[in-house]
Design a binder for this molecule. Structure first.
Ligand code: ADP
Ligand code: MG
Length: 729
């Protein structure tokens, strides 16, 4: 058998599950040991410094330099007590991963010696030489300076021997160059808008927090097999590979018993996560073979997102210990399920009320409905922006394939809430409501069951589903930063809440009573947002037709999906809500287009190389064997017998020849298409060219390779096949 593939398979067959040493049998005994959390701050900081940090966390105030110095001292002492020698500002540039640059605590002392030092200045701000991070043209290289600045709302932690400080990443001129900065701004803007609306119901609400509970899907592939697949290594997905005769048809992987090697990996990863204060709760097998999921208990959105980034990083490191590689790509294998990252999102008040949970009485239910209905309207109005926030070269393969919601954004509410909206629409009349009418409506509103979590018919096909006490944004892809989706979601909901408040206030000013004003505006929102509500099967063809009738957009390519960001109304929306100004928005969209171009370009190159260096030689080798065989037959047998014995082989020889020629020709055309696209100056046009003229070759060439895989001698085939990648564990 082809050497590399054979060796990889042999290696896998000899694998044993790796032993895992858990820190303690009780997670509560070691949870958060590596986090500079409240308890440790209390111990290591003066009261003044402690209060300054707590105020920064709760109210978003800044910590002054003197206090920062004290915090830095405390942090350093704690970190050194726990084995740290270095510190780093940890940030989330617009790539798909996190960034860090480590510095030792050492400084020169006064007598030529070295001492351990860490100051408030170094804690608060740093200037990494960050000129190579994408900025979309915000930073010119001659002014490449970018700053990282401490985010006190996400606690510092120790990773290996490094004190790691979560930070934002901004340009010299103050523009956001990362995911965290606009996420924090979006969280703030929805806090303000939601708090103002809450005041109609409860004056004691001082703040509203956005929450995120992510569910991370991923594949685990044995390291040896992974290394034998250059396409997986370089692009994160298989660019070729014929479907395995059996994959997920029998649904026998989903929720089935977790393979031991995988289970050990999960335990190991959870152990690390618990030390870092990440509340991992769930693990299970997913639908596709070798696909799994991990999910924590939800947390405040900024922290939860940091934790997601951290977990993705830990997973990759721990996987190596277990001789696995993690695939976060949205569609590593054609024809079977891809991976998503459901973003469970909710808003809750500082008084402990989840705004997406029905309450005990008409008033709290009206609060609940207010938030649900405004969210619906925001999703309806800004469906294109929500899509832009989740669309990229990888997720494009997943959305609309049979396992994921299509590119049409719609919202699922379930029967209970849908019924309630219909009822409100009918019961709220256009004239002043009589006291009886109002009482009847309130009584009805009071009837929403307090716990609808268990009786919401869970529609698994909806891209944006209400699931009893939260919305679940399911269209989000597995590889990206959740912030991209959450920035849009929080911003559009905040914007809608501001509009709602204005309208209600205007009615109140004209003399309408508060509750009736709320009813009236909600009724209008229910009517206006109706097209976005869909409780049926989002995967069906009928829905595509129906959605079109409703005027919902269905954009299936990255360049067009991203262009929603560039509309004048999008720019003014982000600007008005204080989340991204025009140049920041422009910069990050530029980065997204560039990422798209690069990804397609890399895939095209890798496929071209593999086709010519791996596949074509193999096919020719097998064809040569067949040719020799035919020649031999001809020597031995009569012409008549030859015809009979060799005709099938001759067909095969022709077939191989045909596929090889097609691969070679298409590769040449693909290179030409790239050359043409590469000289286009405008990034958007270039992305379009890559999408329309280069991308289709990936499928075209693959088609011929996959056909060859079916006919070429298995012993010769150089790359691990789907059945090996997916079923060996
Ligand atoms: P599934 O969708 O697979 O049934 P779970 O019920 O296990 O998932 O929950 C998925 C995620 O939703 C978890 O991270 C959970 O903590 C989170 N979650 C639950 N309630 C809320 C909420 N009110 N706001 C945000 N996330 C929540
Ligand atoms: Mg879910």
């Amino acid at each position: 058998m082809a050497q590399f593939r054979l060796r990889a398979l042999e290696e896998v067959l000899n694998r044993e599950p790796v032993d895992v040493k858990r820190e303690d049998n009780l997670v509560s005994n070691y949870y958060g040991t590596l986090v500079f959390d409240e308890a440790k701050m209390k111990k290591y900081l003066s009261k003044l410094a402690f209060n300054a940090v707590m105020e920064a966390i709760e109210k978003g105030t800044s910590v002054d330099r003197k206090m920062a110095d004290q915090v830095a001292q405390g942090m350093k002492s704690w970190a050194m007590d726990n084995g740290a020698t270095h510190y780093t500002h940890w940030f989330q540039p617009l790539t798909d991963s996190t960034a860090e640059k480590h510095d030792a605590f050492v400084e020169h002392g006064e007598k030529g010696n070295v001492i351990e030092a860490f100051s408030g200045k170094l804690l608060a701000q740093q200037e990494p030489d960050a000129s190579s991070f994408p900025s979309g043209g915000i930073r010119q290289t001659f002014e490449a300076r970018g700053y990282t600045a401490w985010d006190p709302t996400s606690p510092a932690f120790i990773s290996e021997t490094t004190l790691t400080i979560p930070t934002v990443f901004i340009s010299y001129t103050g523009e956001a160059l990362d995911y965290k900065t606009p996420l924090l701004r979006a969280i703030r803007t929805v806090d303000e808008a939601a708090t103002a609306v809450c005041h109609y119901f409860d004056k004691n609400v001082a703040s509203v927090q956005s929450n995120l509970g992510w569910e991370q899907e991923y594949f685990l592939i044995d390291e040896a097999l992974y290394m034998a697949r250059p396409d997986l290594m370089l692009t994160g997905r298989t660019l070729m590979g014929h479907a395995s005769s059996k994959d997920q048809q029998l649904d026998d992987h989903y929720f089935s018993s977790i393979p031991t090697r995988v289970n050990r990996f999960m335990q190991d990863m959870e152990n690390e996560a618990y030390k870092l204060g990440i509340p991992i709760k769930t693990r299970h097998n997913e639908v596709a073979p070798n696909q799994f999921e991990v999910a924590p208990i939800f947390e405040e959105a900024n922290l939860a997102n940091d934790h997601n980034q951290l977990v993705m990083d830990i997973m990759q490191k721990i996987a190596r210990r277990h001789k696995f590689r993690v695939l976060f790509h949205e569609k590593p294998f054609a024809g079977i399920n891809g991976s998503g990252k459901h973003n469970n999102w909710s808003l809750s008040t500082n008084t402990g009320v989840n705004l997406f949970s029905p309450g005990k009485n008409p008033k709290s239910n009206l609060l609940f409905l207010t938030f649900v209905i405004n969210t619906l309207k925001a999703v309806y109005d800004h469906q294109d922006l929500l899509r832009a926030g989740i669309y990229n070269a990888a997720n494009q393969h997943r959305l609309g394939a049979n396992e994921a919601p299509p590119s049409i954004i719609s919202a699922f509410l379930g029967t209970e809430v849908s019924k309630m909206l219909d009822l409100m629409e009918e019961a709220v009349v256009d004239r002043k409501m009589t006291p009886d009418e109002k009482t009847a409506l309130k009584l009805n509103i009071g009837r929403i069951p307090e716990i609808i979590l268990d009786n919401t018919d869970r529609n698994r096909t909806s891209p944006f589903a209400f699931t009893g006490n939260r919305f679940e944004f399911r269209a989000v892809g597995s590889s990206g930063n959740c912030a991209s989706a959450l920035i849009v979601l929080n911003t559009v909901v905040a914007n809608q809440l501001v509009i709602f408040k204005k309208e209600v206030d205007a009615l109140i000013e004209k003399g309408t009573k508060k509750d009736e004003a709320i009813f009236q505006v909600l009724k209008e929102l229910i009517i206006a947002s109706k097209p976005i509500r869909f409780n049926g099967d989002n995967y069906s063809d009928d829905w595509v037709k129906e959605a079109e009738k409703r005027g919902l957009s269905n954009i299936k390519n990255v360049p067009e999906a991203l262009s929603a960001y560039l509309r004048p109304e999008s720019k003014s929306l982000f600007e008005k809500m204080g989340v991204l100004d025009e140049s920041e928005l422009h910069g990050r969209v530029e980065v997204e287009y560039e990422k798209f171009i690069m990804k397609i370009q890399i895939e095209a190159r890798v496929l071209g190389d593999l086709a010519i260096n791996h596949i074509v030689p193999t096919a020719i080798q097998y064809q040569t064997t067949l040719l020799k065989n035919v020649k031999n037959i001809k020597e031995v047998f009569s012409a008549e017998e030859f015809e009979q014995l060799a005709s099938a082989r001759l067909d095969l020889i022709r077939e191989i020849g045909m596929h090889v020629s097609a691969i070679k020709a298409k590769r040449k055309e693909m290179i030409e298409a790239r050359k043409k696209a590469n000289v286009i100056e405008d990034t958007v046009e270039k992305a379009e060219a890559y999408d329309i003229t280069v991308r289709p070759f990936l499928d075209d060439i693959r088609y011929h390779i996959d056909k060859l895989e079916l006919i070429v001698d298995n012993e010769l085939w150089p790359l691990p096949k789907y059945r090996e990648l997916l079923f060996v564990r």
